[in-house]
Design a protein. Structure first.
Ligand SMILES: [Zn+2]
Length: 246
């Protein structure tokens, strides 16, 4: 089967020991690595040159907005394997909410400038994120990464044309089931957010990588009561579609 990990952080220190070996092992999985600040963006670009299967999404993570980095730096390092802008958005776990909002809008403007979709990180801020998207539409839409909102907001973001990324937590908690059931299969994608959030049956405190995508897909197929091969294939096609990869 074909696998596509739409959200990873292989530049993080957790992979320093065995990154090369691991990415070699994953050469048949398409991977989007998400840069979270200037140096992480540069590292991500490096992987796109080194590995045929690795694509890039560049931005300044909500946890890093206090650095006040200039997003125009992204334009300087762009190549044709940059498929999205982000991750950006609002997360109440991190400080500087007003600055997070400001950077969210800056990312939207950059994405529209470059004609790219956006990857949205949203925690406990679905109303704020929704309002910003209403007032600042993203032409190429994008992904609600690691979707953690309720059904009501799922309907709203779906109406805006967004895709929904599901991660390890859906394998550990049934609270996502009604949303997975509701969403059309062609709007669902999967992501490991490696090294974070390993899916069941992996140890919750272990490091995860793209090889565990299959557990997330298995849970989605089960909730949707659909054949796992059909679900795997459709999710692969969705991932290519949202990132415009031929
Ligand atoms: Zn992430």
């Amino acid at each position: 089967m074909k696998y596509f990990d739409t959200h990873t952080h292989y530049d993080w220190a957790e992979f320093d020991e065995d990154r090369k070996l691991l990415l070699k092992k994953l050469e048949n999985t398409i991977i989007v690595n998400i840069g979270v600040n200037g140096s992480s963006n540069i590292e991500t670009i490096k992987y796109t040159n080194e590995y045929k299967n690795v694509y890039a999404c560049l931005g300044l993570h909500p946890m890093n907005v206090s650095t006040m980095e200039d997003l125009n730096n992204i334009k300087e390092i762009m190549n044709d394997k940059v498929v999205a802008i982000g991750e950006t958005g609002i997360d109440y776990k991190f400080p500087n909410i007003e600055l997070q909002k400001e950077y969210f809008i800056k990312h939207i403007n950059l994405a529209n400038d470059l004609n790219l979709p956006i990857v949205i990180h949203c925690r406990k801020a679905h109303e704020e994120v929704y309002n910003i998207l209403i007032n600042n539409p993203v032409n190429k839409k994008g992904i609600m990464h690691c979707y953690s909102g309720n059904l009501e907001y799922a309907k709203k973001f779906l109406k805006l044309g967004f895709y929904f990324g599901f991660d390890g937590p859906v394998t550990r908690d049934n609270k996502y089931d009604e949303i997975i059931k509701f969403l059309p299969l062609d709007k669902i994608i999967v992501e490991t957010d490696a090294p974070l959030m390993p899916p069941f049956p992996l140890d919750e405190n272990s490091r995860c990588d793209s090889s565990s995508l299959k557990y997330i897909i298995k849970k989605i197929a089960k909730v949707k009561n659909m054949d796992i091969d059909i679900v795997t294939n459709q999710i692969f096609l969705n991932s290519k579609r949202v990132y415009n990869i031929k």
